[in-house]
Each structure stands twice: as C-alpha cells, then as structure tokens.
Design a protein around this ligand. Structure first.
Ligand code: FMN
Ligand code: SF4
Length: 542
C-alpha cells in the first residue's frame, strides 16, 4: 500500500508535492479543513485515509495550534532551568492563557527564555548578557569556521571533485567521518552504497535538519550561520552518487534556519548554474519545512514525511542508501555531518581525522545549556576530557548540578561524579553505559527531582511516539502514568513490573525512540537509586 502511495507522490515530485499540499490544506481555519484535505486526496488520487491520517499527525496542523499567538519552549533544558514559570508569568501580562502554546524545543537551551511569536524567536523575561549565544571556535575548526572568500570559490572545490569522484570517496573514507546525528554510522559506507545502487531514474541527497533533541542547537546554528557548508556537503554527495536533487528538511520550530537556508540556495543557484555546462550542474535543492513532529528526525519517518505519507518509521532493511526518498537510493545524513565535508576534501581526510581519536575522528559540536557560566556552542576535538568541556570551556555551572543529560532525551544521564572519567567521543560514552548522541548537554540541578525528569522523558516519548509498534506506543503511556502516580500521588511503583516495562520497550521497539528511552531511565535507577527508592515498592535490591 505505501509503495503505491509513494509512487503516486513521486509522480508530482517535491515542488507542491503531497507533503506540502497536505500541510497547506491542514493549516488555517478549522472550518473546511477536512474538505480541503479530501480535495488533496482527490488531486493525488490517494484515497482519503492516507491524507487525513498524515494531516492529523503533526503538532502544527492540529486544530488547537492555530489559535495560539505565542509559543513557549517546554524542552528539557527549559524545564530543569526552572525559568519556564518566569517566562509564562511575563507572557500572561500580554496574552490570554488560551493564546499561549508550547513547542519542544526552540533550540535556545543556552538562554532558557525564548518564545516564538509570528515565526520569530524573542527573548522573554529579564534579559541578561548570557542570553547571547557564544560560539567557541579556533580558526581551524572545520564545522564552525565560516567559508572564506567568494562563495563561487568555495563551491569551485566541487568541480575538482568531479574529475575523480573515487578519489573523493577515498578521502571521505580516510577521514573516518561518522554520522553526527546520533548513531555514528561510517559516512563513506552509505555514500558508496548509494553510488553503487541501481535506480530506474534518479537518486537523492537528503539533509536531516530536524534536530528535535531538547538540549541541542548545533544544527540550528549551522543552518542559520553556515548554510553553504551544509549545501556544499550535499552537492558533493550528489556528484559522487549521481543524485541530482538535494532536500534539506528543517524543523518548523526553526524559522530562521529555514529562511537563511532558502537564501543560501538562491545564492548557490546564481553561482552554480552561471558557470555550468556539465550535467551535474543541474543539481537542485529543495528546502522543506517540518510541521512539528520529533519522530521526523528518525530517517525513515523523515522520508515518509517528505513523501506526504503518515510519518511512521519504516522497517529496515532496506536502508535509505538503496531505498530512500520515493524508494530511490538516497544519502541521508545529519546537518553537521555534511558541514564537515568541505574541510575534509579541502585539507584531506587525514588532517580532519587527526583532530580526534582513532575510532572517533574529527571534531564534535557540543551545545551547553543555560546552567553554564559560559553557555553556547563549542567545537571540540573528539577525545577531549568531558571535565575540560564542562569546567573550562563551559566555565562550570552557576549552581550545583547532580547530573547532565547528554545526547538528547534518548541520551544517557551522566552523574556529575562520573564526568571525570569520560572523554568526549563515541567509545568513551558507550563503554561507560551512556551515549554521546548529538552532544547537547542539559544540566540537572541538585534540587531537581530525578523522578520528575523521568516523568518528563516518558511524557515526551508518549507524545512523540509514531504509534507503529506497541512497546513504545503503550509502554511510554503506561510508564508516564506510573511515574505521575508516584510523583503526584505517592502511588508506589512495582519495581519488577517497571523493569519488565523497560525490557519490553528496549527489546521490542522498532526504532530508538521507544528502545532508547530506556537508557536514561536505567542510568537514573542505577545512579540515583537512593533518591528514587521512595517511589518504588520494596523487595528488590537496589
Ligand atoms: C527518534 C529518533 C530521532 C532522531 N532525530 C534525529 C535528528 O533530529 N537529527 C538527525 O540528524 N538524526 C536524528 N536521528 C538519527 C537518524 O535516524 C539518522 O541516523 C541520521 O539522520 C543519519 O545521519 P548521520 O549518519 O549523519 O548521523 C534520530 C533517530 C531517532 C531514532
Ligand atoms: S519505537 Fe515508537 S517511534 Fe519508533 S516505530 Fe515504534 S512506535 Fe514508532
């Protein structure tokens, strides 16, 4: 069934395609909404059910969303910072309670006071100098450093690559670049698979700019401030694999990133087509704006979203490199992954690799939340001691902190006492039972109840679950219920039942939303047992 829909959607392509038609039809006034969606179904000949079901999936397309005039951030860093109450209070002076909505997250974890009004971020409440994002970068850092000179010159490196694409692929392999979107998969492997894959007509390159992890704002910053680095990385992949279309999927919570990336695409089109002649100068970019769904960061859900299908996670294999957008071979990678490619191909894979460790080469962007004395974005060499990142680069925290959640809601919960033994790289984190992920750092103050954090994480997963598999769909709701009962009404949780729930979610979930949630929960049970014990039945040794 989804194969047929995919085919119908492919016929129209991406410009005014099924996804954007659904988003347009579902937005706006509630009256006539269903009729507008049915008209889209007629136009695309899909039948009503798939269009109505996709149209009802996204947060921004829900009827309640349109009546809101301002959106507060309800991400983890804003919750733990304790500033949400202050922000809400100051909004209540200007807006009616029903006009205030929430979004997770606005990517201002460094200030904890951002609100979205008319698609623009504003700082709300008392403004202090810390609210300006700080960017820490040495001149030679690959991801944060701005392209120098004329952008024509910047893109001319792509012409050199065209001469020998195998050589370029070898440099990518030599660099050891691993995906920065969380899983750390070797980048060159997917490029090679996509290059070698057979297609009836075309291939794609897709950039995952759906950065939904509360605590991370590095992709947002790159798309706003370094969009050409990202576009360049995608273009080169098009040249290597033979793709002629690049799609940048950016979450709707980041309107400035959408605007700046669209501007950059216009600039690219001016310089790229003007000097043309070759076939791969036909490379075209589409910038697509998400409609508010965390799960669209998962690569197969993102692809379904782009196709206008309900963005449920697909089973894998086949992987996107061979069966991606519209079922065509697709290199799909994260913003930061693409942003490193110019440096690698300009200075050589070995130079880039030398900045990190043997298994985690290169650098990593790290987002520090508002608890730090120096909050902001850092680019650090992989292998840097975590203590250096926290105490020296971040200047330590403004108040006592008992743990850091690193790597988003599915990332580990690192007790403050453990930071000394970790270095910032994939291996150090996974060996110690944590996850580097996107490397957003959310501080958990010493007086913040861990049970409340667990409740928040289950609630997040419950809300964002795509619903395809029951361990996540039901497990997240049940876990949330248990934790709310324990926190608000002192209803003790049966520890064995809770452990069973975690095991079912971990082993039975189709993707890392349901499966990955269990990591921070297990970390919390292991390291904060003394604090959590009172919420659980006795009888189990902690
Ligand atoms: C629930 C979930 C959310 C995800 N969110 C993101 C995201 O926001 N950005 C991202 O690049 N990858 C995200 N990923 C990982 C993607 O599925 C995929 O691995 C990644 O985009 C591949 O790019 P990379 O190899 O460059 O990391 C998410 C995965 C899961 C399971
Ligand atoms: S784990 Fe959750 S988000 Fe992932 S496929 Fe299952 S229901 Fe969907």
């Amino acid at each position: 069934m989804s194969g047929n829909l995919r085919g119908l959607s492919f016929r129209r392509g991406l410009t005014d395609g099924l996804y954007e038609s659904i988003a347009d039809a579902a937005a706006g006034s509630d009256s006539g909404r269903e009729a507008r969606l049915v008209a889209v179904a007629d136009e695309f000949m899909t039948g009503n059910a798939p269009v109505l079901s996709a149209g009802s999936f996204y947060d921004f397309l829900q009827s309640g969303h349109h009546g809101k005039k301002v959106f507060m951030c309800d991400g983890t860093a804003c919750l733990t910072s304790g500033r949400s109450k202050e922000v809400r209070q100051s909004l209540l002076g200007k807006y009616q309670p029903h006009e205030i909505g929430t979004m997770t997250c606005l990517g201002h974890c460094h200030s904890n006071n951002a609100v979205l009004v008319n698609r623009e971020i504003r700082q709300c409440g008392p403004s202090v100098s810390r609210e300006t994002i700080r960017i820490f970068s040495n001149a030679e850092m690959p991801a944060l450093t701005a392209p120098t000179g004329d952008i024509r010159e910047y893109y001319s490196l792509a012409d050199r690559i065209r001469v020998d694409t195998e050589e370029a692929l070898k440099e990518l392999e030599k660099s050891g670049l691993r995906g920065r979107g969380g899983a750390g998969f070797p980048f060159h492997v997917k490029v090679r698979s996509s290059r070698d894959a057979v297609t009836p007509d075309r291939k794609y390159v897709v950039c995952n700019g759906d950065e939904g992890d509360p605590g991370a704002f590095s992709d947002k910053w790159l798309l706003e401030e370094r969009p050409h680095s990202v576009l360049f990385g995608m273009l080169v992949n098009g040249i290597i694999t033979g793709a002629d279309t690049g799609v940048v999927y950016i979450r709707g919570e980041y309107p400035l990133a959408v605007k700046r990336t669209r501007e950059a695409v216009r600039q690219f089109e001016e310089v790229w087509s003007a000097t043309g002649g070759n076939n791969d100068r036909n490379f075209r970019f589409h910038v697509v704006e998400g409609s508010g769904a965390y799960i669209c960061g998962e690569e197969t859900s993102l692809l379904n979203s782009l196709e206008g299908l309900r963005p449920e996670v697909r089973t894998r294999p086949p992987f996107p490199a061979v069966y991606g957008l519209f079922g065509r071979p697709t290199v799909l990678s994260n913003v930061e992954t693409f942003a490193n490619i110019h440096y690698i191909l300009d200075k050589g894979g070995a130079a880039w690799a030398a900045m990190g460790t043997a298994k985690s080469p290169g650098t990593k962007l790290v987002s520090l939340d508002g608890a730090f004395n120096k909050p902001g974005l850092l680019e650090v060499k992989m292998g840097t001691p975590l203590k250096t990142v926290i105490d020296i680069m971040g200047g330590g925290t403004r108040y006592p902190v008992k743990a850091f959640q690193i790597g988003g809601p599915l990332g580990g919960l690192v007790p403050a006492t453990k930071t000394e033994s970790l270095t910032l790289d994939f291996e150090s984190f996974s060996k110690a039972g944590f996850l580097l992920g996107h490397a957003g750092v959310v501080s958990i103050p010493s007086d913040f109840p861990i049970i409340k954090l667990l409740e928040h994480l289950f609630e997040f997963t419950r809300k964002e679950s795509c619903g395809k598999c029951f361990p996540c769909r039901l497990g997240s709701a049940r876990g949330h219920e248990l934790l709310t009962g324990a926190y608000e009404r002192r209803e003790l949780i049966d520890r064995e039942l809770f452990d069973d729930l975690l095991e079912t979610m971990q082993l039975g979930s189709l993707c890392a939303l349901g499966g990955g949630l269990t990591l921070p929960i297990k970390n919390a049970l292991q390291y904060f047992g003394t604090e959590l014990k009172e919420y659980f039945t006795t009888g189990k040794t902690w």
